[in-house]
Design a protein around this ligand. Structure first.
Ligand code: BGC
Length: 368
């Protein structure tokens, strides 16, 4: 069923500081403007067969565009976003970005590690969401095209300094986006630290495989038979509950909109526990949009996936005149479980000096 082949090797890295001065096949670069505090932001365009195109900017290591053919071969942009950097800075609900240092929530905006308490920013009620007020999504990364045997690629790197948003340790981060010749967008994450620290990275793309409208008619399968029970503020209670018999059950294909009204919060915002036998890359999700015929499978090495159905979108002006209404896009955020720093029974997110954090998530595209 899974036709993924491991062993992708990084063949080389071309360092560039000069816009347009590189020539990695399938990768081009241009400027995406300058941040409010004067930092230049570069955009990388990865071109694959059949017009497939991914665009990534160095602000937040963010996926801004993803063009895929429909059943007739007509290209459509299937991720939500903005036309300008100023809009990403001013009003982005985490569109397409790399989220961290700790994706999702940390209860009480603090944690204790090795006997030391670390206070964090409370930017979601009393809790910390997506790394704090100025998480990795709001920082300008370094970017360089890479020669990768699987296809055109860009590698984004960032050193998050000791104390950044309250987290300990100088954290060296790298996220590589690879548009493979097999029709996949592969994201490889890597991090090392000089002090023990929690790390939980994800990509926060909002997908709409129709390219417009809501995601109600998308058909979703999630290979997850349990979820982490959330409290009223979406902090896990610690219980892993079965999805069977609830509107959260996507173990068999079901429409995203069909049972939304039965979910107490009027949509999905749940961390699913991925069914897996080991820690390798497994098929986690299958998303299909019947009108366009576009399909996306998600494979990951992570133990969890946050299925968020864009519940907080409410008429946000986006790319090319689009207006993003409630449920205009959905996120499948592969991750470790929320609030893992307070749950020793959950898979650990603590990275220690000498260890290397590595995670891979693959988005595999096709039409049906
Ligand atoms: C969270 C939502 C949050 C959203 C922000 C998701 O990962 O689970 O609760 O509102 O990110 O856009």
């Amino acid at each position: 069923m899974v036709r993924f082949t491991c062993g992708v090797v990084l063949l080389g890295l071309l360092l560039t500081s000069d816009l347009g001065a590189t020539s990695v096949a399938g990768v081009s670069m241009d400027s995406f403007g300058t941040t409010g505090d004067g930092q230049a932001v570069t955009r990388f365009t990865l071109d694959g067969p059949g017009g497939v195109r991914a665009r990534v900017i160095t602000y937040g290591a963010t996926l801004t565009e993803l063009w895929l053919p429909d059943r007739q071969g007509t290209l459509g942009d299937v991720v939500l976003g903005f036309d300008s950097l100023a809009e990403y800075e001013a009003k982005s609900p985490y569109f397409g970005c790399t989220t961290g240092r700790v994706a999702n929530r940390i209860g009480g905006a603090r944690f204790t590690l090795d006997g030391v308490e670390y206070p964090l920013a409370a930017n979601d009620g009393a809790n910390t969401l997506h790394g704090g007020r100025r998480g990795l999504d709001k920082q300008v990364w370094q970017g360089a095209p890479v020669v990768h045997e699987a296809g055109p690629a860009v590698r984004l790197t960032l050193v998050s300094p000791d104390g950044d948003e309250g987290f300990p340790g100088n954290l060296d981060l790298a996220v590589t986006y690879i548009l493979t010749r097999d029709g996949e967008l592969r994201l490889e994450y890597q991090a090392t630290t000089d002090k023990a620290t929690p790390v939980n990275l994800t990509n926060h793309s909002y997908f709409n495989l129709a390219g417009a409208g809501t995601v109600h008619g998308h058909i979703l399968t999630l290979h997850a038979s349990r979820y982490t029970e959330p409290d009223a503020n979406l902090i896990p209670t610690g219980r892993l509950l079965p999805v069977a018999g609830t509107p959260l059950d996507f173990t068999r294909p079901a429409s995203v909109g069909g049972r939304m009204g039965q979910v107490s919060i009027g949509g999905y915002d749940h961390n699913y526990v991925i069914d897996r036998a080991d820690t390798g890359l497994v098929l986690t999700a299958d998303l299909y949009e019947p009108a366009s015929g576009r399909a996306m499978e998600v494979l990951t090495t992570e133990p969890g996936v946050q299925f968020y159905s864009g519940n907080f979108l409410s008429g946000l002006a986006g790319k090319a005149g689009a207006v993003y209404v409630r449920h205009a896009g959905l996120c499948l955020e592969t991750q470790h479980y929320p609030d893992a720093v307070h749950r020793p029974e959950f898979p650990s997110i603590i990275l220690r000096p000498g260890q290397t954090y590595r995670q891979v998530t693959v988005h595999r595209f096709s039409t049906r």
